[in-house]
Design a protein around this ligand. Structure first.
Ligand SMILES: [Zn+2]
Length: 387
């Protein structure tokens, strides 16, 4: 009896230690220098290098193995727990609960040191437009550069009989090519080791939740929902890899995905990125100059619009209440991770305010606060113009 008691106490001590370190690291990460240099560029980077290399030996995602193991453990543990309670073997039930708690806390601890510190790190150092507010004409010139390229790459795409583009790569090649684009990033902010992305086993479930990808740093790999329509799948793959190289905040990961794809020589990558990013700069143009917006907006490639509508129809056809459950859980997870705006943090749109002349009530000034994504896209356009 004494031996049983001792084992329970030992496990309780382990639980206490794990909890202590989770709380300690959760407090430490609130300091930006600690988040940046101790977690993001330190422990997290070294861990992802090791775990990512191990994960790359397998054709499947280790996250899927982890999820499968978790489901099986729950299926096995619940009947045992009920059996122990029925037989009044309380100490056995308590030992089982302690084992489960140790497993859960170990994963939480790993997650805290590998991923959650990255939510508190410094601003992503991508080249961005840093000047004053652009005039309507200046904005239109930059938007036009991007729109012209969109029209150009859209014209190069192979399409099926429904007008939907055909992805030129299988998934392995796609992820390899995106990894190559990431390796071009020349800043110590980003991990030089770029993990692979893999298609997930539980893609049907992810679709029902409206989830297109998950990056789980404790297993060192990025998982992509294989049912996702391929243009969005390409952007999602780039988004998940952004998380894996250290950009955990959702708005940052979107911006990174657009940046690496828009900077690519690959017309397919640029086509995919424009489909979801061009709205950022078009929105700004509409605010500062509705007339110039009316001149440029009709250039938007109609085939790309058709493709985007087909994609919306795909998601609508898969919509269920589980979508809202997924949204709720993701919102909760992001808020707990330190992203105060939850799922709103995916949306990185520019803001504006209007002042009116008191006498005439005419618009006196429109002040735009550019989003990070908008600044990055303006800079890309400026670079293409040789500025
Ligand atoms: Zn994400």
């Amino acid at each position: 009896m004494k031996q049983k008691h001792k084992k329970l106490v030992n496990k309780a001590i382990v639980i206490g230690c794990l909890t202590f370190f989770i709380v300690l690291f959760s407090l430490m990460k609130l300091s930006q220098p600690v988040a940046e240099y101790f977690f993001a560029r330190g422990i997290s980077r070294a861990y992802v290098f090791l775990a990512g290399n191990i994960a790359s030996w397998f054709p499947f995602s280790l996250f899927d193995i982890f999820v499968t193991f978790g489901i099986l453990s729950v299926i096995v543990c619940i009947p045992f727990f009920i059996y122990y309670l029925k037989k009044k073997r309380g100490w056995k039930a308590a030992a089982l609960l302690e084992r489960v708690a140790i497993a859960v806390l170990t994963v939480l601890l790993l997650y805290t040191v590998t991923a959650s510190g990255n939510y508190y790190r410094e601003k992503v150092p991508l080249p961005m437009y840093e000047g004053e507010q652009l005039t309507g004409e200046e904005t239109a010139e930059l938007v036009d550069v991007l729109m012209d390229d969109y029209v150009y790459v859209s014209g190069l795409m192979k399409r099926d009989e429904n007008g939907i583009t055909v992805c030129p790569y299988d998934f392995d090649e796609l992820t390899e090519r995106i990894r190559k684009e990431y390796r071009k990033l020349d800043d110590p902010y980003f991990s030089s080791y770029v993990p692979r992305a893999k298609e997930g086993w539980y893609s049907k479930f992810l679709t029902s939740e409206g989830i297109t990808g998950i990056t789980f740093l404790p297993t060192g790999d990025a998982v992509v929902n294989k049912e996702t329509p391929h243009c969005y799948k390409t952007v999602t793959t780039a988004h998940e890899i952004a998380h894996a190289v250290g950009c955990m905040r959702e708005g940052d990961a979107n911006m990174m995905a657009y940046y690496v794809l828009l900077k690519s020589e690959d017309p397919y990558f640029r086509y995919c990125a424009y489909m979801y990013s061009l709205g950022h700069v078009l929105q700004v143009l509409r605010i500062v100059s509705p007339e110039l917006y009316r001149d440029i907006a009709p250039k938007y490639p109609s085939e790309a619009r058709t493709e985007r509508l087909a994609e919306d129809a795909f998601w609508e056809s898969r919509y269920s209440f589980m979508d809202d459950v997924g949204e709720f859980l993701n919102d909760l997870y992001l808020k707990m991770s330190g992203s105060g705006s939850g799922t709103e943090s995916y949306h990185d749109y520019s803001n504006y305010s209007v002042t009116y002349d008191e006498k005439t009530q005419e618009v006196k000034e429109i002040k735009v606060t550019y989003s990070q994504t908008t600044r990055v896209m303006f800079r890309i356009a400026q670079e293409r113009r040789g500025e």
